[in-house]
Ligand binder design. Sequence first.
Ligand code: ARG
Length: 406
Amino acid sequence: MQNNKIVVAYSGGLDTSVMVKWLSKKYNAEIITVTGNLGQKSELINLEEKALSTGASKAYIVNLQKEFIEDYAWKALKGGALYEGEYPLATAIGRPLLAKLMVEIAQKEGANMVAHGCTGKGNDQVRFEVGMKTLDPNLEILAPLREWEFKSREEEIEYAKANDIPVSAKLEKLYSIDENIWGIATECGILEDTSQAPPDDAYQMTINPKNAPQESVVIKITFEKGIPTKIDGVEMPGTQLVSTLNDIGGKHGIGRLDIIENRVVGIKSREVYEAPGAMILHEAHRQLEKLTLDKDTFRYKQNASNTYANLIYDGFWFTPLFDSLTAFFDKVQERVTGEVTLELYKGTIKILSRISENSLYSQELATYTEEDAFNHKDAEGFINITSLPHQVITRHTKNKFVVVKS
Ligand code: ARG
């Protein structure tokens, strides 16, 4: 008789395969594996078979791609969420969705424990566990990689052999890779040396911009209330739209990032990302916001975006502040409708045109020709009043910025 039922977040790689057996022995447990399909290409083949032959009693593989794009990626896009100004958060937005899936299946199956295969120094353990604890504080969470006896991949492979666990892992694995439809994250190996440029084999979704076609490509993206709906006038579902942009962008070397980032636990890490679709959409979306949002809203949103990105990175998706900021962004996005035309060329994205029924650009006000409708005289009073507090300071105290030279 088994005492425990554990739902395991499963990828089919070496760690989670070993974990299934290790947990079932250690906790005398029935194991149910759960895999969320977020558009990772390589990892899903024969997964159910693999899980069952490793000792799981049941293997869930759930296609979450639509939900991932519509409820997670679109929020990040509308919120302008780029962590530390750059990283489009592909891995980070996937974790809360997987945490939710784990909790739903644990509750449905009546499991008393959940387990994941994240390491003890990364962000993903935090995101997973903060997410799961927030959604169901009663579940016991296990993180075997933080406590088990194996000190290397070799030892895990030994254990796998001894326990008839089918693993295809090679001893040398060049990189640690996390993949979904919003982007790929790659670290470890030579990438740990920050003085070295990433070798070409660290990339799989994008071509080296140097080798990209000599001919640029022009694409038009239509947004409705901040959500991209069409490419070149053709309406398509979000998942298809993102993967189309991944293909086109990848061919032109778009969306490669090489970043040093601050992890939640305080470590700095070097990560290489590929996110052609996400980077194209962020750029197009930002350009449309510049056309359609008033100055104060645009400026305020920049700060809110930074907070939003930090919340996502740190795993605080299911929280009141995240919800409130989401409502703010949704309100702001009511104006962000229109078309943006971009040119992709050897790793660069250039804006060619932006059009919107909600455009706040007035050529009459902007022009320097005789059509100019701006009253230049108004500027004088404006400058007097906006500088008034500072004039008062100088009248009452010595101005520390002016040094009279004798
Ligand atoms: N640094 C990224 C993040 O925290 C990606 C983490 C997973 N990366 C990996 N290569 N396995 O969101």
